[in-house]
Design a protein around this ligand. Sequence first.
Ligand SMILES: *Cc1c(COP(=O)(O)O)cnc(C)c1O
Length: 428
Amino acid sequence: MSVTTELLALHGGPKTITQPLNRYNSIGREEVEAAKAVVESGILSQFLGCWEPDFFGGPKVQEFERQCEAYFGVKHAITVNSWTSGLIAAVGAIGIEPGDEVIVSPWTMCASATAILHWNAIPVFADIEPETFCLDPASVEANITPYTKAIMAVDIFGHSSDAEALMKIAKLHDLKVITDTAQSPGAYYKGKFAGTLAHVGGYSLNYHKHIHTGEGGILVTDDDEIADRLRLIRNHAEAVVGDKGVSDLRNMVGYNFRLGEIECAIGIEQLKKLKGCVASRQRAGERLTRGIRDLPGLRTPVITHDCTHVYYVYPIVLDVEKIGVSRARIVEALEAEGIEGLAAGYANVHLLPMYQQKMAYGSGGFPWTSDICHRDVSYTKGICPTAEKLHETTFLGFEMCLHELSDEDVDLIVRAFRKVWTRMESLK
Ligand SMILES: *Cc1c(COP(=O)(O)O)cnc(C)c1O
């Protein structure tokens, strides 16, 4: 059978993938039973926002946290009601002051940067490495000013950022490092789990992620003091610090970021499935790479810095000049062949209206127009050329997180890619 004789589905030929791909669903009987037992107990949350034993939450919260500590090999795991909450707590816990600058990747979900603004600190966007799509240590260094206090590294798509290089820079300049590892739980960096190499890191338990509890997040740290402050911010810090005897009141402004007993009971079951999910994504990702890596003008995922990839998104970079067809047109042809979950471009957070207009809190341009802001930080197009070019013209993501892919599914996807590449002339 030769695909070269067939017209592209876009031009009226037969579709390569005729059945919808299997949707990823990690929720099974185990989670149903775990949730049911909590509901039947009648205690859906046991948190209290005061300095007593219930400040730390109920039995499922604590059981899940201890299991996360053992799994990820960290001293403290702290659950929160979303990873966005976790990021906000992390920025507060490391003692960021209003007007401090925090260097962050533009190639991320917006919350990595918004968490900085929540403490009236200033996000400064550094560019990304073209291979890993994570913060480029050289660009981080170039963006350090006397006002820089922290780095928010984002382990994007399933691959760790260069944690060692970033920690080295941090040490040199006395900065703290937070890692947003929402998309890379279970990925290794030099034998350690991504997310565990910074001062504080963590994972999302949102519905789309490798493992989930509907909504939720897990903060991880080896630092006792940061852990203490994270737990306080999670649970009404201002009401607790007096009785607890906390003397350092910086950022002891609390939230209710508490995760419930049902979610944690589900989380305990989900954590058991993480290894299997990672293995299945890796099997599919590597099979896809073997199938399409020889296609001209297409770059399959680069796995570097002694890392493993856990494929939240399968990242492809197109050499559109070499191919001679626009990314939009290629995506159109691939989608017509039946591939679901393709994304042309990803994110340029610095180009969001909030940064372009410098309008966050109220109408007066706070915090940028306030005297807490030390200098005129630029969000002009052009500050992150690698991230911008990838987003605008060359990056093509395949959202592995949406699917549960068998070898046969992957082979069909490979066939669709090969068919489109074979008939590329017809797209010109
Ligand atoms: C999903 C995600 C978040 C936010 O996590 P939530 O649990 O949905 O709040 C933050 N950063 C990145 C990179 C993400 O992918």
